[in-house]
Design a protein around this ligand. Structure first.
Ligand SMILES: O=C(O)Cc1cc(O)ccc1O
Ligand SMILES: [Fe+2]
Length: 421
């Protein structure tokens, strides 16, 4: 079903979805009606997100959660030391967990705020070498934006199934349980958004079309499994991992309706807009999805991409300029090269330019762009992304211990400007 945040309705068994009401006295087939809220009941209508699920057993039927002892690198808390004002960059770590499924293969690199604040974002990497079997994951701390870098994920959520290959991103709402199956190995990134759900950015003077168009988001139709037998539920809750075991699969939603649902989006559909005269626009022009904070215009998290595009600016330094930003920037690379970094930023790698840290093109990129003939030129075969947030990131111990030791050298040896004598 297409459209971002639409009011969908879908049933895997004809007659499962009640007509004209949400909570009939006796739902069809003895199903249980359950409302899943993604916003406060009283949120303004245009921000109100909720769905009604019709399931074989109520979610309420579970035994107590206990601490989950696996996935030791997933949400371990951030490094217990002051955050240095250093720029950081990582090669794709060679020691991500081996032989793990998606849950145990998650590794947190940085985060900000406490999930209980209902604000902030965390950046995780994953390496999944086998399918999740007999278990599901659910995140009470926020929605998950999954950004595959290699390998295709088959995601079986409570609300339907979707496949995610590199070049696509998938959004799983807070509280929706899911299982991820793979063939071979899969690696990628996850942005965990503790704040307001991601939405499409305002378009302002761009008008009524452009950037990520609402119709290009795809939401799965209802699909369920009817499985009696043990199923572990691993829940991330207030920053820790918890487990309980059900006697059935919770992926038993036979029908649902509403506007809170998983979706996926192919980044190649992004309608990139840039200058046709001069100067490099702020990267906000490439915002795919935004999670606003309480301060107008200051995002809790922006998901921004740097897709293939034409560069035509006249008398313009075309790559990203030197800058210091009050917002904090985490970047990843899905494939190709990023135009501000000639080398050292690899697909599967990560960088962090936090609050006020000076960054921009490395020396080689600066030299090339300064000397270039400014013919129209296409940046091809690349897809970098940024998760920009108003809350400075704090790296984890795992991340600090693996940062490139010499990243600062990317900006060493710029020639000094020569003033007239
Ligand atoms: O730092 C970066 O590479 C991201 C970025 C890109 C851009 O085009 C302008 C500003 C900016 O922060
Ligand atoms: Fe930047």
């Amino acid at each position: 079903m297409t459209g971002f945040g639409g009011q969908f309705e879908t049933e895997a068994v004809p007659g499962a979805l009640p007509k004209g009401r949400n909570s009939p006295q006796r739902p069809a087939f003895g199903l249980y009606a359950e409302q899943l809220s993604g916003s406060a009941f009283t949120a303004p209508r245009h921000e109100n997100r909720r769905s009604w699920l019709y399931r074989m057993r109520p979610t309420a039927d579970h035994r107590p959660f206990e601490r989950y002892e696996g996935a030791s690198l997933f949400a371990p808390g951030t490094a217990n030391e002051p955050v240095a004002p250093n720029r950081l960059r990582w090669d794709p770590p060679t020691d991500l967990p081996g032989g793990a499924d998606f849950v145990d293969g998650l590794v947190t690199m940085m985060s900000n705020r406490d999930p209980a604040d209902l604000e902030g974002v965390a950046i995780h990497l994953y390496r999944a070498s086998r399918s999740m079997a007999g278990r599901v994951l659910v995140n009470a701390d926020g929605e998950l934006l999954i950004i595959p870098q290699a390998g295709t994920l088959r995601i079986f959520t409570e609300m339907g199934r979707m496949e995610l290959a590199p070049g696509w991103v998938g959004l799983i709402p807070r509280g929706v349980r899911f299982r991820i199956e793979i063939e071979g190995e899969a690696t990628g990134y996850v942005a965990e958004n503790h704040g307001a759900p991601f939405r499409l950015p305002e378009l302002g003077p761009i008008g009524s079309n452009g950037l990520a168009n609402a119709r290009d988001f795809e939401t799965p139709v209802a699909a369920y499994e009817d499985v009696d037998g043990p199923c572990e539920v691993i829940q991330k809750y207030l920053g820790s991992l918890w487990t309980t075991t059900l006697d059935h699969s919770p992926l038993d939603v036979v029908a649902w309706h509403g506007n809170l649902a998983p979706c996926r989006y192919e980044l190649a559909r992004f309608n990139a807009i840039g200058t046709v005269s001069f100067d490099h626009p702020d990267p906000s022009i490439f915002t795919v999805l935004t999670s606003p904070s309480d301060v107008p215009g200051r995002a809790n998290a922006d998901f921004v991409i740097f897709p293939p595009r034409w560069m035509v600016g006249e008398d313009t330094f075309r790559p990203p300029w030197f800058h210091r930003n009050v917002m904090s920037e985490a970047m990843g690379l899905i494939h190709g090269e990023y135009d501000a970094k000639a080398e050292g930023f690899q697909p599967g790698g990560l960088s962090l330019h936090n609050l006020m840290s000076g960054h921009g093109p490395d020396v080689e990129s600066w030299r090339k762009a300064s000397d270039a003939d400014l013919e129209p030129m296409k940046i091809e075969s690349t897809m970098a992304f940024m998760v920009e947030t108003c809350w400075p990131y704090v790296p984890t111990r795992f991340a600090l211990d693996r940062a490139q030791p010499d990243y600062d050298l990317a900006w060493a040896d710029f020639p000094k400007a020569q003033l007239p004598k």
